[in-house]
Design a protein around this ligand. Structure first.
Ligand SMILES: Nc1ncnc2c1ncn2[C@@H]1O[C@H](COP(=O)(O)OP(=O)(O)O)[C@@H](O)[C@H]1O
Ligand SMILES: O=P(O)(O)OC[C@H](O)CO
Length: 512
């Protein structure tokens, strides 16, 4: 038999990647396609789920062809995905009834305010581990049910969508569910993705009837919830026909949980931070769902077949790498890599602080109406100071969640594993180490998200047998330790905290 590998679909916010890994966790094939970002109104963000499905097929074909691999060489496929992004589709036609609403979208902010006014926040946190916010899927699904136009469904019978949803004719999914459905024909999600919907009770491991009533979402619309690594598999690619092979789809995790798994953070206290569009800091808390008292989320980390659910604490920071993209948008830099040289060319930010609260603030502040701000500018402020302040904002936001994480878990962090597009930046990694006074460890395979879902799928089909095999695959690329001569860090962090206060509640009258 030809050599076997495991494939991973990484369906991210900006694009979709397919990677193929060998037994030692090394990448043997890789292809990537971006998809359109649709901004129908300020604060709204949508994706065309059919475009994402087309791009998914394309990257699978491209990667296999580039590496001269046949689909029969894939022992399994895993899926990892941007979380919370919500799509509803027609079970009969397989077509979405509306563009998917992306996790960053703020259109349901007012709806979330009503939950606050009605004192439902504690109930929601207690059941789901989540802070009531437009970020999660529940209010997006509710909006789609209320606002999708039946006429646009291109069906002869423009019936009420909720009636059809109650019959299971309209289906709900996050992007894992959508792709599993398209690949295998089965309506399935994994526990980690379910835990981000604000409809799932993470303690009882089931959809929650009180929440389903609150958002008027019918159980019939919802996918079956399975382990992240499923020995029974979710189905096989034969249903979609495009690969012309029966490859089992056997693992799925939301992308941040996949990075936790790919970084082999299998034990209680293990933590990682991923620096992409936003940053997501997760700590494995084992079989215990730790309630946060400091603004973190309690979420499901992963589950293997026949084993208990493993929980995690999460600090979700909405804008980090996206702030670097903004510097590019306003022509302060030509490309993200340039930030390193520009930041090094000045000794400090000259007391300038930039708070990139472009879409509100996530953990630990949870202010939907905060907006971006730059404070402390003088006539002498140069673009180098702004660029450095932007990199510092990434590190300071991470300290905000790191402090909350230590307070909630009682674990003092000595070392943090990092990954994501922005950790190529050595200046940022060193800065991060100084600002949280902890070692920062960057692994050799930086595509830990894809790797995590490949591991989940490969474990399910016996391609890998034990977690120790995976631990052995993990190799350090570079370790950053706090500089002995880094001075004034706490004072600057105090100034940062003041700057954050100034960004809060800015869009209080915007209605967004
Ligand atoms: N050298 C760099 N320094 C700082 N940020 C960077 C650098 N290279 C890439 N980035 C940022 O990393 C992000 C892309 O990371 P990635 O992990 O691919 O994100 P995502 O999965 O969210 O799409 C972009 O927002 C980009 O601005
Ligand atoms: O697609 P990414 O990497 O920006 O991740 C998005 C997160 O899953 C949102 O919760």
């Amino acid at each position: 038999m030809a050599e076997q590998y495991v494939g991973a679909i990484d369906q991210g916010t900006t694009g979709t990647r397919f990677m193929v890994f060998d037994h030692s966790g090394q990448v043997v094939a890789n292809a990537y396609e971006k998809h359109e970002q649709i901004y129908p109104e300020p604060g709204w963000v949508e994706h065309d789920a059919l475009e994402i499905w087309r791009k998914t097929k394309l990257v699978i074909e491209e990667a296999l062809s580039n590496a001269d691999l046949g689909p029969d060489q894939l022992a399994a496929i895993g899926i990892t995905n941007q979380r919370e992004t919500t799509v509803l589709w027609d079970a009969e036609t397989g077509k979405p009834i509306h563009n998917a609403i992306v996790w960053q979208d703020r259109r349901t902010t007012d709806r979330v305010e009503t939950l606050r006014d009605e004192d439902k926040v504690e109930m929601i946190r207690g059941k789901t581990g989540l802070e009531a916010d437009a970020y999660f899927s529940a209010t997006k699904a509710e909006w789609l049910l209320d606002n999708s136009d039946p006429i646009k469904l291109q069906r002869s019978r423009p019936e009420d969508i909720r009636d059809r949803a109650a019959e299971g004719e309209i289906l709900f999914g996050t992007m894992d569910t959508w792709l599993i459905y398209k690949l295998t024909g089965n309506h399935i999600t994994d526990v980690t993705n379910a835990s981000r919907t604000m409809l799932y009770n993470i303690h009882e491991n089931d959809w929650d009837d009180e929440l389903l009533d609150e958002f008027d979402v019918h159980r019939e619309m919802l996918p079956e919830v399975r382990p992240s690594s499923d020995d029974d598999t979710y189905g096989s690619t034969s249903a979609s026909g495009f690969l012309n092979a029966e490859v089992p789809v056997a693992g799925a995790l939301g992308d941040q949980q996949a990075a936790l798994f790919g970084q082999t953070c299998f034990d209680e206290g293990d933590a990682k931070n991923t620096y992409g569009t936003g940053s997501f800091f997760l700590m494995n808390t084992g079989e215990e769902a730790v309630d946060s008292e400091h603004g973190l989320l309690t979420t499901i980390g992963f589950q293997r077949s026949g084993e208990p659910v493993q929980y995690a604490l999460e600090g979700s920071i909405f804008v980090t790498g996206a702030a670097i993209q903004w510097l590019e948008d306003v022509d302060l830099i030509d490309n993200p890599g340039q930030t390193e040289e520009l930041a090094r060319s000045v000794d400090s930010t000259d007391d300038v602080y930039l708070v990139p609260a472009f879409t509100g603030l996530g953990a630990p502040h949870w202010d939907q109406r905060a907006r971006g701000t730059i404070v402390g500018m003088t006539r002498g402020t140069r673009k180098e100071h702004i660029v450095r302040a932007t990199l510092e904002s990434i590190a300071f936001q991470t300290r905000d969640v790191a402090e909350a994480m230590e307070a909630d878990s009682g674990i003092e962090m000595q070392s943090l594993r990092v990954d994501g597009g922005a950790v190529k930046n050595n200046f940022l990694c060193q800065l991060q180490s100084n600002i949280i006074d902890s070692d920062i460890v960057r692994p050799q395979v930086d595509e830990t998200t894809a790797l995590g879902s490949a591991y989940a799928a490969g474990l399910a089909v016996g391609y890998w047998e034990t977690l120790d095999e995976l631990r052995d695959n993990w190799q350090v690329d570079r370790e950053f330790t706090p500089d002995d001569d880094a001075t004034g860090v706490d004072e600057r962090y105090g100034r940062w905290t003041e700057a954050v206060e100034r960004s809060k509640d800015w869009a209080r009258d915007s209605g967004e």
